[in-house]
Design a protein. Structure first.
Ligand code: CAA
Length: 279
């Protein structure tokens, strides 16, 4: 397949790495060359790690990197069999991008958005390819996590859902199907759980380390919820809580005031050097 991945942040580059590792010609697109290069450097670093650990041979590593093409030209999406959008979470920006891609891509091309909680129907509304657009939600780190949520918008066809689920299996992952609903499955469960952990910390019920230790040892989670919040990004956690709250109109999804304060203070987790932990 020829796969066009729009957005070269953590998720976009992880997704591009997965497709390239399965032998697909993969275009990494972003609006500026340094964003594309930064995403490519993340992949190079991961590939080097796998090489050092003996998980990849030199030939496999070279083949993976050779399958990646870097671009700031949207026209490269011409001839793509699958477009995956992984840009930042803004409805209008996503709609604008899909509107442009609509005119460039061939009539059989599949369109997927990696949105973590926005409405697939709203992203697709009014586009010619509405029936061929679905959610394809990967989890961080994309090369490691086995799950992809496949989300149906109001007009997504059965054929598109089946084809996307087949693509997911063909890249060694497991699809779960979901109707669109705020946060889909994983984030609807995971992010409020993290918000509760933040609330416990803010109320002084337990320390940061004890909250994380409790969930690592008491629920077998690989990371404690506060560690995971730092990994995901404090701003993203808060944003997903807001989207779930707006979508459900249920006050129980109110983001913890501690999350608001941390975002205001620029404590965004790993990416900013400090969140609940220092990096
Ligand atoms: N990219 C590629 N591979 C990576 C990686 C990355 N960023 N980070 C780790 N890995 C690989 C390592 O290379 C290693 O691979 P090998 O076994 O082949 O050597 C493997 O993952 C394990 O890594 P480590 O030994 O370094 O560390 P670990 O055992 O602590 O695992 C982890 C790290 C996989 C991140 C694990 O802690 C974990 O599963 N954490 C929970 C992650 C999670 O819940 N993700 C979902 C977040 S929510 C989300 O993404 C949705 C959203 O919309 C917000």
């Amino acid at each position: 397949m020829k796969v066009f991945v729009a957005g070269c942040g953590t998720m976009g580059s992880g997704i591009a790495q997965v497709f390239a590792s399965f032998g697909h010609e993969t275009i990494m697109f972003d609006r500026e060359a340094d964003l594309v290069d930064r995403g490519y450097a993340l992949i190079e670093k991961q590939v080097r790690r796998q090489l050092d650990k003996g998980r990849l041979t030199q030939e496999e590593a070279e083949a993976l990197l050779a399958n990646l093409k870097r671009s700031t030209d949207l026209d490269e999406a011409k001839g793509a069999d699958l477009v995956i959008e992984a840009i930042f979470e803004d409805l209008e920006t996503k709609r604008d991008l899909f509107g442009k891609l609509d005119k460039l891509c061939h009539p059989d091309c599949l369109f997927a958005t990696n949105t973590s909680s926005l409405s697939i129907s709203k992203i697709a509304q009014g586009q010619d390819h509405e029936s061929r657009l679905a959610g394809m939600h990967f989890f961080n780190p994309a090369p490691v996590m086995k799950l992809v949520e496949v989300i149906r918008g109001a007009k997504t066809s059965d054929t598109a859902i089946d084809r996307i689920a087949d693509v997911v299996r063909a890249i060694g992952k497991e699809p779960v199907l979901c109707q669109e609903s705020p946060g889909f499955i994983v984030n609807r469960l995971l992010i409020p759980m993290i918000n509760e952990a933040v609330d416990l910390l803010a109320r002084g019920v337990a320390s940061r380390d004890d909250i994380d230790q409790a969930m690592r040892l008491g629920a077998n989670h690989p990371m404690g919820p506060l560690q995971l919040a730092d990994f995901i990004g404090i701003d993203i956690v808060r944003n997903i809580m807001e989207i779930i709250q707006e979508g459900t109109k249920d006050p129980k999804y109110q983001p913890s005031p501690l999350l608001d304060r941390m975002v205001k203070d620029g404590k965004l987790g790993r990416k900013s050097g400090e969140g609940f932990y220092k990096y």
